[in-house]
Design a protein around this ligand. Structure first.
Ligand code: ZN
Length: 270
């Protein structure tokens, strides 16, 4: 039986490595990215995230404590950046539409791209904490370290402590909420209501569940999801070229359908 168990462990390790290996974002040159960015999969890997603690869950809910009006109001969130000109292009589009969004930044992504984060802050957007590393924290100490290092980075550029935290993959263990709340994020992890699935469009993609008619139609998928859900937090990624390229058109379509855009509360409510 031993060899069976060993084979299982080897296979499990291979899955873990396969999930984490695409996280090479910091190797991408800023301002001169290739058309196809190699980091794209790491949010999408959430559904098959391996190696988590027993009892861990995909909890992507939005805390009721936020008290958001989600009746045809959308709250845009962009995760995993900053990433050079994609984030900058998204900021241009948001300025054009006069919409304030939330950027959940990854600590390891910020080095060398501080100017992009400063622009997010200067233009009135909210900068949230998406951990230091984009991975499941293996212990309470590592969770604290991931939170604090990114918080200090953000604070070095803004004075304000980030008010919001989002778990990578929306995935957390049973002990994590207590750590997150004790570090000052009283709402816990901020999930989402509408998943743009932006990481899952393009050649070789289309793995996430959605009707076939939306397999290759990113804009229609986002608009359809907004209509179906009716409002709330929208998950997008500013490391995705498809989001940078289509955001202007998507926002125009959503506005034409009567959607409004809100911003997460910018003061501590507790
Ligand atoms: Zn993420």
């Amino acid at each position: 039986m031993f060899w069976i168990k060993r084979a299982f462990l080897v296979a499990r390790l291979a899955v873990v490595l396969a999930v984490y290996s695409p996280v090479v974002a910091q190797e991408i040159p800023v301002g001169g990215e290739p058309e196809q960015v190699a980091v794209a999969d790491f949010e999408g890997a959430g559904a098959k995230l391996a190696g988590c603690a027993a009892g861990s869950v995909n909890d992507r809910s939005v805390a009721a404590s936020l008290g958001l009006d989600a009746d045809r109001v959308l709250y845009l969130t962009f995760d995993d950046g900053p990433l050079g000109r994609y984030t900058s292009k998204i900021l241009d589009v948001l300025a054009k539409h006069e919409i304030k969004a939330t950027f959940f930044v990854v600590g390891t992504m910020i080095e060398g791209q501080e100017a992009v984060v400063r622009r997010e802050i200067a233009e009135g957007h909210t900068v949230g904490n998406h951990q230091w590393e984009h991975q499941y924290a293996a212990s309470r100490d590592q969770q604290r370290e991931f939170l604090r290092k990114t918080k200090e980075q953000i604070q070095s550029m803004s004075c304000d402590m980030p008010l919001y935290f989002r778990y990578p993959y929306g995935h957390k263990g049973p002990w994590q909420d207590a750590v997150v709340k004790s570090e000052g994020y009283g709402d816990g992890g901020i999930g989402w209501d509408i998943d743009s699935l932006d990481y899952d469009f393009g050649p070789g993609k289309g793995k996430a569940e959605r009707p076939g008619m939306f397999r290759d139609d990113f804009e229609s998928w986002v608009v359809q999801q907004a209509e179906e859900v009716g409002g709330g937090l929208v998950l997008m990624h500013d490391i995705q070229q498809i989001t940078a390229d289509h955001l202007d058109s998507i926002l125009t379509k959503l506005k034409a359908r009567g959607f409004r855009f809100g911003q997460l509360p910018r003061t501590v409510r507790r």
